[in-house]
Design a protein around this ligand. Structure first.
Ligand SMILES: NC(=O)C1=CN([C@@H]2O[C@H](COP(=O)(O)OP(=O)(O)OC[C@H]3O[C@@H](n4cnc5c(N)ncnc54)[C@H](O)[C@@H]3O)[C@@H](O)[C@H]2O)[C@@H](O)CC1
Ligand SMILES: [K+]
Length: 503
């Protein structure tokens, strides 16, 4: 039968299906069951979760929309009424004939069970729990009319909201808002397939705690549909233990190129992170000739202008370039792009590439020369590289990351809530860890440095495993800090230390 489980933290990777695939899964599942079974199971799952997360809630308001998401809400209302709760259903439509057949059947079942049914009012009655069954997979445009009014009322009242399948107003596939209004849920119960939009862009913030119920369908039905992405695991990959006879030369070299005048800290943060990630030796080559050693970390080695040396650190290290690069980073990028065998490009290095066709060509040609690249843009940097508005990147983060990966033949980490990791020929991954404690200056430098430090230890691989692991751990450190009660932000230098103590 059905089983509801919390989705996060995800112990193992999980497939994330797009809307079309989720609908095919629903159709295939329904075909193997007596009519109306799936909706009854969905409603029962919602009611059970409501009773579990709000056991003392006596007054429950169910907001039911014009489609089958509303049908799920009507089924839940029926079960909660039977469980002795005072349930009021507010329908956004008075035209019952217009409901799809499954939802219409649930309407009649709810009415026969004595559930109080109304059309959406100007105010909601006081409630201890609100169930959002307004829009699900069928949400296709900005909420308007009675649906918009119901969303506004749900957000204006105090009781926690349990969203059915997806918070109404959120696009289940992209995680973008469909319009200005979207339900802010405390809990979301995703039904049948998990959808990518629940985990990236606005999804994580609007969903609250995420739950999943596969409604008891056969696992093969889910496996038969290709996912659009997968949710990465929240737990550590097993790393090979360090052998007794290994030495610093066994763990690779990282060279950080960054830190233009006034931005020495960014490059130092990246270098410290590379060291903490386990690289054998870390060199810091500042773009500011006046910049000296990082006195707080004497382990780091100061090596000026490595880009001027024809054969040296640039040719044999994992290079992290861009952190605090300013505009001067553009001058060193030609040799860096030409020589670095493994290259992490961040921040100003990406901005320089975005405005220079020759650098773009040099970057895109690296893979053909057997050189590997990882790009770590935040949405604005991604937008510059794609020559589009930032809103367009955020409107479809999976697609934006895939486009960048294809264009530059590189691994791309599109940062932000639910970082997306994409590479040519690979199923993109949405990272499940992280929170708003990371929204502070320097945390991106730490990520780039940690990624380089991880990658240096496995130089025979491309940047994919190192990118997945660095992004996961970066977020996991913030999750751990949140659990420990940090109010935030997690300052970047402390993040390096926190990552050291995070699995
Ligand atoms: N049919 C079934 O047996 C099952 C259905 N399920 C539920 O069904 C949902 C999908 O149902 P539907 O395909 O009917 O889609 P929805 O219930 O998400 O909504 C579709 C309806 O909303 C309207 N609509 C879309 N955007 C709107 C907007 N911005 N403002 C106002 N109205 C808007 C559409 O015109 C249509 O009438 C899933 O998310 C899930 O909750 C699942 O429980 C599985 C079982
Ligand atoms: K909903």
């Amino acid at each position: 039968m059905t089983r509801t489980t919390p989705v996060l933290p995800a112990a193992t990777p999980l497939p994330l299906h797009g809307i079309a695939a989720a609908r095919r899964i629903e159709t295939a599942a329904a075909a193997g069951l007596p009519p109306h079974t799936l909706m009854q199971r969905a409603g029962l799952a919602v009611a059970r979760l409501a009773l579990a997360v709000a056991p003392h809630a006596q007054r429950v308001t169910v907001l039911a929309g014009p489609g089958n998401n509303g049908g799920d809400g009507l089924e839940a209302a029926l079960h909660l009424t039977r469980a002795g709760r005072q349930v009021a259903v507010w329908l956004t439509t008075g035209d019952i004939q217009a409901l799809p057949p499954d939802a219409a059947q649930s309407y009649h079942r709810a009415r026969e069970a004595g559930v109080r049914l109304h059309t959406t009012p100007d105010t909601l009655p006081a409630a201890d729990l609100v169930i959002d069954a307004l829009l699900g997979l069928g949400a296709s445009r900005a909420p308007a009319g009675a649906v918009a009014q119901a969303i506004a009322l749900a957000n204006a009242q105090q009781a926690p909201v349990l969203a059915v399948d997806v918070p109404s107003g959120l696009h289940a596939e992209t995680g973008a808002r469909l319009g200005d209004l979207a339900v802010q849920a405390a809990h979301t119960l995703s039904l049948l397939a998990l959808k990518p939009g629940l985990f990236t862009a606005e999804g994580r913030g609007l969903c609250g705690r995420l739950w999943h119920d596969d409604l008891g369908i056969a696992a093969e039905l889910l496996a038969a549909e290709a996912p659009l992405a997968r949710l990465g695991a929240s737990t550590a990959l097993p790393l090979a233990p360090r052998g007794h006879a290994q030495h610093k030369g066994s763990f690779g070299d990282v060279a950080v190129v960054g830190g233009a005048p006034g931005m020495a800290g960014a490059a130092r943060l990246a270098a410290r992170a590379a060291l903490a990630a386990g690289a054998g030796r870390v060199y810091l080559s500042p773009l500011d000739p006046a910049s000296g050693n990082d006195d707080g970390r004497p382990e780091l080695m100061h090596r000026p202008q490595i880009w001027l040396q024809p054969q040296g650190l640039l040719d044999r290290s994992t290079v992290v370039c861009g952190c605090g690069g300013g505009s001067v980073v553009a001058e060193v990028l030609p040799p860096v792009l030409a020589q670095a065998p493994r290259l992490v490009l961040d921040a100003d290095a990406l901005n320089a590439v975005a405005t220079d066709a020759r650098l773009q060509q040099a970057l895109a040609g690296r893979a053909r020369r057997g050189q590997h690249s990882v790009l770590t843009p935040h949405p604005l940097e991604a937008a510059r590289l794609l020559r589009c508005p930032t809103a367009q990147v955020q409107a479809d983060r999976l697609n934006a990351a895939l486009q960048l990966a294809a264009r530059f033949d590189a691994v791309v980490v599109l940062k932000g809530s639910g970082s997306v990791i994409a590479a040519p020929g690979r199923l993109p991954v949405i990272n499940p860890t992280g929170n708003a404690l990371l929204a502070t200056a320097g945390t991106g430098d730490v990520l780039a440095g940690w990624l380089g430090g991880t990658w240096a230890q496995v130089p025979q691989q491309d940047g994919w495993p190192a990118a997945l692991e660095a992004v996961r751990r970066h977020g996991a450190a913030a999750d751990q800090a949140l659990l420990q009660g940090l109010q935030g932000p997690l300052r970047a230098a402390e993040l390096v230390e926190a990552m050291l103590h995070t699995l």
